[in-house]
Design a protein around this ligand. Structure first.
Ligand code: FAD
Length: 475
């Protein structure tokens, strides 16, 4: 009988009531004892103070795990999974815990398998491939491939900390996803451990079973290694920033540029509140009055084409009333992109915590969606900023709050209203951050009953007893 475990009440990170440890001594569980026997004490964390660190991700505090293992090999993962199954303990995979949907936060007393020691990475320049264990840091792939004239394009803004396992768990995107695609597009094969401890190597064949694992947030299996596609980096990049009096103008400019044949490498949007937050932080002369700012890169190996694409974007921006500033050189380009990269620290100065939404809507309704969400923010009294990958219609409305003085229930309520706006306009709940625990309860509104049941069927087929990351994705 499939066990739909009852989810717990959720607490946002920094707002969790930290229950005092009764003791910092290891309150050894039979599972911890068995894992210590199997893997040795260096790979097992059983002391309360150590386990406490593994109950959260970047947005959610979950339940303190029963035990944590730090595997170094696939064989270690197999041993851990089998021991957890024998003890009837749920299993939660965890990378760098930079996730923004509560995916790596256990909702039940679980075994957390933390992949941070699985960092073996081999570059095969001839095949333009990398083989990475799950705990390899995203940026490390490009760093090690670059001497061979290759890079790994997926670029979540968290790429200095996030792991390949977490990226594949969420199918992470980034500013470059409009032209270059998301993490899953670079997977040629992957190895995963199933809920019974079986090891499988999947290639991207006609039946794309690897694709089923990608973006499944650790609910169908644990990815232990992946073969990743590498590409030569483009020889030339050009950058421009444009600002507009209306969000609709920016959205239309983007549509016109794309229709004219431009395929920008990066296409980022910031609303007025976001621009002002960054300007308060950096003081670099960003246009405070603008309702929308676009940051655009074109790139490629043929300079004439790169310039031509930039000219198409520039013309489209000007046609829609945008004021355009082209970066004169690499240094100016880096300075402009610093604005985008500084959003997180800039928002952190306003309120200590934020709920980061990740909706995707058709570009044609983007302006309306941005306006509706802004009105919701104003009515709620919360500070709300919006930015995102406008090329894909991927918008990140961020609700900023102080958990010491503002209610996380109200934050959730506003997040739900934001999700409703996306759904009403034909959009979806997540572009790249996943559903996790944070948006699990919105799924009934976003997905019809037949599709939801089909998703449950897949889950039942691969994890009949609901032992892998229970409480995530499926309501
Ligand atoms: C400042 C900041 C900026 C960000 N920018 C972006 C961005 O631009 N684009 C973007 O897409 N995301 C972004 N994120 C979100 C986050 O970094 C990504 O979702 C990232 O892919 C998570 O990687 P991680 O290693 O931290 O995974 P975790 O948070 O540890 O885990 C994420 C999910 O994957 C599962 N998982 C982890 N490892 C495995 C494994 N080996 N096998 C199976 N499942 C596994 C977990 O159970 C969980 O459900 C950002 C986050 C922050 C804090």
């Amino acid at each position: 009988m499939f066990n739909r475990r009852k989810p717990e009440k959720l607490a946002l990170t920094a707002n969790s009531p930290v229950s005092k440890p009764r003791s910092t001594e290891a309150p050894s569980s039979p599972l911890a004892a068995e894992l210590t026997r199997l893997l040795g004490p260096q790979k097992v964390l059983s002391a309360y103070g150590e386990r406490l660190n593994y109950r959260y991700d970047a947005i959610l505090v979950g339940k303190t795990p029963l035990c944590v293992v730090l595997p170094e090999t696939t064989a270690d993962v197999v041993a851990a999974v089998r021991a957890a199954r024998a003890a009837d303990v749920p299993i939660v995979g965890r990378g760098a815990a930079s996730g923004l949907s509560g995916g790596a936060a256990p909702l039940e007393e679980s075994l957390v398998i933390s992949f941070t020691r699985m960092t073996k990475l081999t570059i095969y320049p001839e095949q333009r491939e990398a083989r990475a264990q799950a705990g390899v840091i995203t940026l490390a792939v490009s760093e090690q491939a670059r001497p061979h004239g290759l890079v790994y394009p997926p670029d979540p803004a968290s790429f200095r900390t996030s792991t390949i396992g977490g990226n594949l768990g969420e199918n992470a995107g980034g500013p470059m996803c409009f032209k270059y695609g998301v993490s899953g597009d670079y997977v040629k094969a992957l190895e995963f451990v199933d809920v019974d401890g079986g090891i499988h190597e999947l290639r991207r064949d006609a039946f794309d079973l690897a694709g089923l694992l990608i973006g499944s947030e650790g609910t169908l299996g644990l990815i232990t290694e992946a073969t990743l596609r590498l590409t030569p980096p483009p020889r030339f990049t050009r950058t421009l920033m444009s600002h507009f009096a209306e969000v609709g103008q920016a959205a239309e400019a983007v549509s016109q540029a794309i229709a004219a044949g431009a395929v920008p490498a990066k296409l980022e949007f910031m609303d007025k509140a976001c621009t002002n937050a960054v300007e308060d932080y950096l003081q670099i002369g960003l246009p405070r009055e603008a309702e929308a700012v676009l940051l655009v890169d074109t790139d490629g190996d043929d300079l004439a084409t790169v310039e031509e694409e930039l000219a198409l974007v520039e013309a489209a921006c000007q046609d829609h009333g945008g004021t355009v500033r082209r970066a004169a050189d690499d240094a100016e380009s880096a300075a402009l992109w610093r604005a985008r990269r500084s959003i997180s620290p800039a928002l952190g100065r306003i309120r200590p915590q934020r709920m980061n939404e990740d909706i995707v809507v058709p570009r044609s309704v983007l302006a309306e969606v941005v306006r509706e969400i802004r009105s919701l923010g104003e009515a709620s009294g919360f500070h709300l900023v919006q930015f995102g990958h406008i090329g894909d219609g991927n918008l990140h409305p961020n609700i900023l709050f102080d958990p010491r003085t503002e209610s996380s229930e109200k934050v959730h309520e506003l997040a739900y209203q934001v999700a409703q706006v996306a759904i009403r306009h034909g959009g979806v709940l997540s572009g790249e951050h996943g559903i996790g625990a944070m948006k699990r309860d919105f799924m009934r509104d976003a997905v019809d009953a037949v599709t939801l049941e089909a998703l449950w069927d897949v889950k039942r087929a691969l994890d009949p007893e609901g032992m892998l990351n229970p409480g995530k994705i499926l309501p």
